[in-house]
Design a binder for this molecule. Structure first.
Ligand code: NDP
Length: 311
């Protein structure tokens, strides 16, 4: 078969369109209630990647006219201190949404994230991780849905990629990406297969997909053999590569990304091998694909939460 190059699905422009659609709603809410929709972000510790994510969220929210307050706790903070901060934000009259940046310091213990999700008022749960919001999603009456998978749906819809009647394969079954992603595709009438680390014949299963979503956390894991020619491939992965040998396995000699690596000492890549662009019909780049959508959906969810709390 003749080699093709996949259409690149530009997350930046889709995210910009979502953010633009949110602006009039922010203005209308502010005019009606006398204050902007408010988002309280909690950052525990000083994980460098989390610092960048949070900075981007604060900037994007502020640019869209939201009130965004960053609440920091030291890495030494106890889970009780964190839960007390969440309780204060639950009671705050100016915060409509609450986001606790993951991951939490491991010293907080294994079940800490779930305790935090359980404590956030479901009305303010702009990450969509509270059991009430997860349950509503499963029942097809979602209110606040996890930002990354709902951003993927926006990307597919705004790129005119048909979901209904398609075969969709999601690799990854995490609570924050894989599972809600599968539910959202199912509700839009895709026939969905969820794969994980124990799935046999993974490449063969994936290669049946019209829409393949990779949410694994392994650099370049999805190679061309996983992909049906012409399929849409959504790369959720964000992996920092610090080993030049790994970068060499992903990019051909002379590639611009290798020059990036040499300049910075690391690069961020997805779960999908760049060679997939010779097989796929459409592909999200990393960076610049799903990442910007996650932030845009966070802003949208904050406005949705504000409107629901102040009908
Ligand atoms: P998790 O580690 O929570 O889940 C990874 C999933 O991948 C698990 O279900 C795991 O299976 C599966 N998996 C791991 N190895 C394999 C394998 N060899 N074969 C098949 N399946 C495998 O990760 P997340 O869902 O939180 O994140 C996934 C990726 O997406 C990461 O790179 C993360 O950084 C990125 N991400 C990007 C976001 C964005 O805004 N673009 C937002 C959130 C995450 P099992 O359950 O069996 O262990």
């Amino acid at each position: 078969m003749a080699q093709t190059t996949a259409r690149l699905l530009d997350g930046q422009s889709v995210a910009a369109a979502i953010r633009e659609s949110v602006l009039p709603e922010v203005h209308a809410f502010s005019a009606r209630t006398g204050r902007p929709p408010g988002l309280g972000i909690v950052l525990v510790g000083d994980d460098p990647a989390s610092e960048i994510y949070v900075r981007n969220k604060v900037r994007a929210g502020t640019e869209s006219g939201l009130r965004v307050d960053l609440n920091r706790l030291p890495a030494s903070a106890s889970l009780d201190e964190l839960l007390a901060l969440v309780a204060r934000l639950n009671a705050s009259p100016v915060h409509d949404g609450i986001l606790v940046q993951a991951p939490l310091p491991s010293a907080m213990g294994r079940g800490a994230s779930q305790r935090v999700f359980d404590t956030i008022d479901p009305i303010k749960d702009v990450d969509g991780f509270h059991p009430v919001n997860v349950g509503k999603l499963v029942q097809g009456r979602a209110h606040l849905v996890a930002c990354t998978p709902s951003g993927v749906i926006e990307m597919l819809q705004r790129s005119d990629i048909p979901i209904a009647g398609s075969r969709a394969v999601v690799i990854g079954r995490s609570e924050i990406v894989g599972k809600p992603m599968a539910m959202l595709l199912l509700q839009r009438d895709a026939t969905v297969t969820i794969c994980h680390s124990k799935t046999p014949d993974l490449a063969k299963t994936a290669a049946a997909a019209d829409i393949l979503v990779a949410a694994i956390g392994r650099a370049g894991f999805v190679t061309a053999e996983f992909v049906k020619p012409g399929a849409t491939v959504i790369d959720v992965g964000i992996n920092r590569v610090t080993d030049r040998a790994v970068a060499d396995r992903l990019f051909p000699p002379g590639a611009a990304r290798l020059a990036d690596f040499d300049r910075r000492g690391s690069i961020v890549v997805g779960d999908v091998h760049p060679g997939v662009s010779d097989v796929a019909g459409a592909l999200t780049p990393v960076p610049g694909g799903v990442g910007p959508l996650t932030i845009a959906m966070l802003l949208k969810n904050t406005v949705t939460a504000a409107q629901a709390a102040h009908p």
